[in-house]
Design a protein. Sequence first.
Lengths: 201, 375, 537
Amino acid sequence: MNPASTPAKATAARNPHRRLVIGLTFGSIAMFGFGFALVPLYDLFCDLTGINGKVRQNTNSETVLNRTQAPGIDTTRTIKIQLIALRSNGMRWAFNALDKQLLVHPGQLYRTAFTAMNPTAQASVARAVPSVAPSEASQYLHKIQCFCFEEQALAAGASQQMPLLFRIDAALPDYIRTITLSYTLYEVVPDNAGDGSGVTL
Amino acid sequence: MNALCVVSALLLFAAPPGAEAAWTLNLPTGSTAISLAVYDLHMLIFWICVLIGIAVFGVMGWSIYRHRRSKGAIAHEFHENTRLEIAWTVIPLLVLLGMAIPAAGTLVKMYDTDDAALTIRITGYQWKWRYTYLEDDIDFFSNLSTPDEQIQNKAAKTEHYLLEVDRPLVIPAGKKVRFLLTANDVIHSWWVPALAVKKDAIPGYINEAWTLVPEPGLFRGQCAELCGRNHGFMPIVVEVKSDADYRQWVADQGSAKAAEAKAAARAWSKDELMASGEQLYLRNCAACHQANGTGIANVFPALKGSPVIAGSVDQHIDVVLFGRSGSAMQAFADQLSPAELAAVITYERNAWGNTRGDLVLPAQISAAQKKAAGQ
Amino acid sequence: METLAQPDPHADQHGSHHGPAKGFTRWLYTTNHKDIGTMYLLFSLTMFFTGGIMALLIRAELFQPGLQLLQPEFFNQMTTMHGLIMVFGAVMPAFVGLANWMVPMMVGAPDMALPRMNNWSFWILPFAFSMMLSTLFMEGGGPNFGWTFYAPLSTTYAPPSVTYFIFAVHMMGISSIMGAINIIATILNLRAPGMTMMRLPLFVWTWLITAFLLIAVMPVLAGVVTMMLMDIHFGTSFFNAAGGGDPVLFQHIFWFFGHPEVYIMILPAFGIVSEIIPTFSRKRLFGYASMVYATSSIAFLSFIVWAHHMFTVGLPLAGELFFMFSTMLIAVPTGVKVFNWIATMFRGSMTFETPMLFAIAFVVLFTIGGFSGLMLAIAPADFQYHDTYFVVAHFHYVLVPGAIFSIIAATYYWLPKWTGRMYNEAFGKLHFWLSFIGVNLTFFPMHFIGLAGMPRRIPDYALQFADFNMVASIGAFLFGFSQLLLVYNIVQCVRKGSPAPAKPWDGATTLEWTALPSPAPYHSFQQPPQIPTGSSR
């Protein structure tokens, strides 16, 4: 219990602590970053595996067209495609699928459309969020032309056809015989997040 | 000490079928092939746990009884035994493997949603379910029908308290029915225990589930994911009808629609609208805006003295019919008939000291809806 | 959870150079690991009773069907706050407090490695929890979206107070991370000569692993609440489908934090029980090395099982299978631990003082919680159990007679070392039996209610669930009020307990018993202790 020994020891011990503490602090900052990195990682993972049915339009239509041309058309199989138009809470546009159901052959290119109409007295902007069930099917659903995630603007009283050009990959597993493609239309307001309470009447 | 043995003994005497109420101990077997498979898995893993429990707690109980100092026990000096330690790592691994195989088999079956006879879209709303039949033109909402007096203990609770709805989901027996689940606002979860179907309904996304109920019957369930204030008050009732009855029911839905249109066209008195409006308000609006129209500060706006109601009637109709984007205010255009909407709006304009004095007629609602549909 | 400010008459004998300062500033400015440990434990005890009162309000409402005491919006705030306070305010600070007291003494260090940071990491907590509790009095009410705060219920549809909740979580996270850094630095750098890693007491080992888990996942929690904050106030769309975000992503990130968090709340408990059982069996811990490896594998596996909390969100089949298998795998190292404890008791020479009673109850009841966990791992069966009272029963079995019992056991076990006085054994045993009966009466019937089909987080329920709910509520009040015995016992111990010898438990082998007097002096091990070479575990 020598009083002098305490401060001396503490100084001697500071160096190893410093390295460790810097390392661990760095580690926790890195994990904070990792939390955010999970967002793009998750999207990448979804794209690769098609989980959660989150489909993205391939921006380079030409390559998709060429890539998916290759296996040819499989007329031995008929796949039921259900198309669903949904409107989110408060979305005012009329929104419908032109074809509610299509019977398609894998490999063949199909064209259909969704119609939207803005009945209100104001111009407004909306965005359609797609979802596919079963989610495994989303990686076999190639959308050559699609309006997913794009902002659509409609003047008061105007209407529009939003075309969808798609092909089911011939590599679609046998056990998938029905694919549902839904679009949910959301209103794009300048501050979509609201003020937290989100409720004003 | 051997609590698990006691439990297993108790479970052996679990309620016989039929004696549903009160002291039920075990998972019900349910009414479909899948629910039975799930029940079997449940019992298998349960008995595995019971056996492990008997062995583990048995040795423990024996030690506690025999190797106590008060009985003169002297501590032995062993603290390692590699062979034993490897054994109790490997044996559980094998047991688990034996468990995983049947579980995976059942899971694969549950995921096979294909070749369904009909598809029904189920949309979760705060706090009700919407059922849309993709193949037929049927689309309706299903609300809790237990009266508020029972919940507030002002009336005796009836048999299916909190598990009853105004319009049940109707499906045919013996046919594979596919469900597509999504939500309008927050995440809900559609669960009917007897069918062993529980799937989350997520806004913006669709999930799949299916069922095949062999015999007609009535099955009850509840929302299983916390979805806000009335999460405990959005039950599910599934009515399984024989094929013939089901087809009759589908046909009836068309005539019900015609009757609704007729009601919208006839003349309505203010008293009539106010009376039916109050009932509809309590069932559809009071959860947020409160029975006395005062809302909840900072969360749900008050209707008493509301600027919207003080404004133009068209704006009021607009908010009720189409909701408010990005808020909890839903669109009621699809939920209620024109006559009902007219009644609710009339009531809101003339209740709790709101003195607009005017009345809104079903025809005005129909006109607003036609306009919104672009006709 | 323990010592009230002891006047510390021994300070003069053991280093008259600086004893504790007097008055409030002693606690405000202290850098002493024992003072900080005491403050953590008292804070945790306060939070335990705060969260406990909320639990009793919940159980009172659920005593019978119908709405009696609480309206649904307040009921939801109570379930949310009860969860948050018990997890972040009661269990985690209690373990940090125990680590503060015991880790330096167990490894032969004079204090924690970073004493000033230690002070900060404690003093953040009262502010964080004041902020969180204050939300209950704000307009629109406090957080009402469950302790798992799933988006969009916690973002677009949340009350305005959610912002305060987010900042409170940030503060708790910073506190935990600083605490974890300190514990790691102490264990790695301040061990006495001869205290090799494989001689560390198991409590120290489990805490080392826990601290690494904390550093790995608390920042992820901070990340996810930051994303919420941005979604609410800055117009981003991480979790908002309208802007191309995904509500399910929230659950993935949350449970990436959440599952390791579960082990953060149980690994130190494993450590405590691994100290107590050998002491009162008068026999060395069976399979010390395998305990260390099992703890490490549990920690590793905790990172790859998170989606078993999400079996019903619509994962693809391959995902369900992967998470089902990996979850079942966790049963293996956990089983090894239970087997080791029992092998330690086997052919020992056992006595059953209060800490041992709580430790044995821990092993039994935690194992039952483990069994229901194994059942929940079976994905098809989980579709029936998920979000029902079966889950509530499961996690309360691992957290109340698991984590909480271990903390109570640790309190009774180390109280003589902390205060220099013995607690009242008869009251301790009474406390144990009332708690044991209360906890089982509360949570066992919840298995039945869940299997019968009652969802969790509902303020009112159908009539067929009424009987067992009544039993559970009675049990909850029994359990809640019997905890007052713990407080009474601690107060009596501090005020007039009989003096404790340096080593009141004859089977104890760790440094705090063998090398220090009772109470432990304010400054201990200023000269590193001699570690007898033969004392390896």
